[in-house]
Design a protein around this ligand. Structure first.
Ligand code: ADP
Length: 647
């Protein structure tokens, strides 16, 4: 094991992290008593259950003696344990919540040296219907009452076990169109979205999560204008509160850009709609910008761009994303995520590339194993997942890493580093997936995929990095024969797990250098404030300087207007110090080496105008990104983080 992993195993979660873990993550029995009381115990449970998957997915185990089999599983349990307990790699929340559900508690925590082969077999057998480990789902919604209410039921079943769900509602006939069965008029996709929203609002996820949805309507659907305004008047809670909404761009983004630039029109259509209507693309964009300015919704998702790089297109098609946008999926597909805290890999003045390579390889095996011990809420989901075995390995802690390296987030140097970092992870993750293909078998649709069939296929656009030749070589040679997973990478928001890791979230800049975050108290449901001051700042800035500015920093969250050396201001930038364009360019830097997508918010100051928002919507069409989410400070979208002052 790498010494860095050992080092971080000895660093306990902060008080804040421990509080979150205790409130939401540590497993309890039916009587409400804690079965685990530390991150190490939780790590043991998760590592053990995921290692047990080797019994389900590793054909080589058949050739081993029972003693060898046991050793094999135990050694993977230990490798997974090291990564999770060090908090260098953390899987998505549902894996932390639900791994081990249904299993005898003693089996989950007994010392590794006492584990027998039968114990692992029991773990596999005893998993129950709550053993659901994935964060991302897409459910198709058909144009019939039966289809719609089947989907509502599926939403309820997935929400109950903690998954986030997205749907594309474009198949639904528009408002006012004819319904043959009843000689009545259809009420359209938006009215049905309210049904999904209500269903999710009444499904209990216990104390852990409140549910999260993504609703998409394609830009050429006849109801697009109403859809764009569907969350108008939202105060962050009232209207479609569980939904993020996004306009789907099923064609290539260049096509829409051309129409925008030439002031062209788009023809709205639906097979069940007799009407004819053209809308100016500029009008649609103006309306999107106006609404995003007010409420943060809608975003855009470039489905055409996702399919362009999808290894199974056109055999399979991406129709929607999950709630935060980092994964595009086909009907009934699901995906599990995991994130590496790159801030923990900066040690002694340098970045530990050698450690990162090892971590990536173990993490890919871990995430691939998650698929096989997962208990999916619906059979169709299990089939869809297992035919392509999509994974989402990404990063968190990027902003804190840049702070340590003293590189400003909004600089070409930061973007160059981002491309190299992601290209390196991508190269090794894809090599690991090919190794797994050779060891355990390729994903079932591999021979139909573009990996096998298309001469120069690479599942992301690439740009310029130090690893481009190796990446091309990989896809020209090894990936032609072996690939375990249709896609391997994604950058998630890591909203909760970055707090557990005491690091910055995903690829995002820190929102504030000091802030308050609210946690729901399980016992009373009250919201309890937790105060954070950025750790890297605390370490780097001379203590007396920090002391001098501390109260102002807690109030403002940024160094921008404080009386400190320019050097600190340049390095320790926060989200609102960074221009929208620099946000977008960082999204692009990462996306160029990611086969799934990226969760990124383009932050804008409260003073931004509707035209400023419009500029970013149009700019997005010019860059190699796969979606856009804008948040204007103080707009109506629910704000998770607040400055200490407004607490
Ligand atoms: P975490 O840090 O808890 O692992 P992320 O913030 O990285 O989760 O979100 C990853 C994905 O998990 C989201 O895109 C969404 O699909 C799902 N998700 C997040 N929050 C919720 C929630 N409250 N309910 C259901 N799904 C969620």
């Amino acid at each position: 094991m790498h010494e860095l992993v050992k080092k971080w195993q000895n660093v306990a979660p902060s008080q804040n992290a421990e509080k979150i873990l205790r409130e939401r993550y540590y497993l309890k029995n039916r009587e409400g008593e804690y079965l685990e009381n530390s991150w190490n115990e939780l790590s043991r449970r998760v590592a053990r259950v995921i290692a047990a998957a080797e019994l389900l997915n590793n054909p080589r185990l058949q050739q081993m003696t029972p003693a060898e089999r046991l050793d094999h599983i135990k050694s993977w349990e230990e490798a997974f344990y090291e990564l999770i307990s060090s908090r260098i790699f953390i899987p998505n929340s549902p894996t932390l919540f639900n791994a081990g559900m249904g299993v005898d508690f003693e089996l989950l925590y007994k010392p590794l040296e006492n584990m027998k082969l039968e114990d692992y077999e029991k773990i596999v057998q005893q998993r129950n219907h709550l053993h659901m480990l994935s964060a991302c789902f897409v459910v198709p919604v058909d144009d019939s009452i039966d289809g719609i209410f089947t989907a509502v039921k599926e939403y309820a079943m997935i929400t109950k076990v903690g998954g986030g769900i997205g749907s594309n509602f474009s198949a639904l006939r528009p408002n006012g169109s004819f319904v043959a069965g009843t000689h009545g008029k259809a009420s359209g996709p938006i009215s049905f979205m309210h049904v999904f929203n209500s269903a999710v609002s009444v499904v209990e996820q216990g104390y852990r999560r409140r549910g999260a949805l993504m609703g998409i309507l394609n830009i050429d659907h006849p109801d697009i204008v109403d859809f764009i305004q569907a969350k108008r008047g939202n105060d962050g809670e009232r209207v479609l509160r569980f939904f993020n909404i996004s306009v789907g761009i099923p064609m290539q983004r260049e096509e829409i850009l051309k129409l925008y630039e030439q002031d062209g029109q788009i023809e709205l259509h639906h097979p069940k709609w007799v009407g004819k209507k053209q809308v100016r693309v500029r009008e649609i964009f103006q309306l999107m910008a106006q609404n995003a300015w007010e409420t943060g919704d809608p975003g855009m998702v470039f489905l055409g761009e996702m399919n362009k790089y999808y290894a199974l297109y056109p055999v399979r098609q991406i129709i929607s994303t999950n709630p935060c946008g980092e994964i595009g999926l086909g009907p009934y597909e699901a995906c599990n995520l995991g994130s590496i805290d790159v801030a923990k890999l900066y040690d002694g003045g340098k970045f530990a590339w050698d450690a990162l390579e090892k971590i990536v390889r173990v993490a890919v095996r871990f995430l691939d194993n998650v698929i096989d011990v997962n208990v999916f809420p619906i059979d169709k989901i299990e089939w869809a997942v297992k035919e392509s075995r999509r994974l989402g390995l990404g990063i968190m802690g990027f902003a804190d890493l840049l702070y340590q390296m003293e590189i400003p987030y909004d600089s070409e140097e930061a973007r160059r580093f981002a491309r190299n970092l992601m290209a390196f992870i991508s190269l090794h993750a894809h090599e690991a997936s090919s190794d797994l293909g050779e060891e355990k078998g390729n994903f079932p649709l591999f021979s139909q995929s573009r990996y096998a069939k298309e001469e120069n296929f690479v599942p992301f656009s690439m740009d310029v990095s130090d690893y481009d030749d190796e990446i091309k070589q990989h896809f020209k040679t090894r990936a032609k024969k072996h690939k375990r997973n249709v896609a391997v990478l994604a950058i998630a928001p890591t909203g909760s797990i970055s707090n557990i890791a005491d690091t910055s979230s995903g690829l995002e800049p820190n929102f504030l250098l000091a802030y308050v975050r609210y946690v729901n108290k399980q016992s009373s449901g009250e919201r309890e404030p937790l105060l954070y001051v950025n750790e890297v700042l605390r370490k780097k800035m001379p203590a007396e300087d920090l002391k001098r500015i501390e109260s102002e920093l807690i109030e403002k969250g940024s160094l921008k207007n404080l009386d400190v050396d320019e050097k600190w201001k340049r390095i320790f930038v926060v989200a609102l110090d960074i221009s929208p364009m620099d946000h977008l360019l960082m999204q692009e830097a990462f996306q160029c080496y990611v086969d799934n997508n990226i969760s990124k918010t383009i932050n804008m100051p409260n003073s931004a105008s509707v035209d400023d928002v419009l500029d970013i919507y149009v700019e997005a069409l010019k860059h190699k990104i796969r979606g856009l989410t804008v948040y204007r400070d103080g707009s109506l979208r629910t704000q998770v983080l607040t400055t200490a002052r407004s607490a």
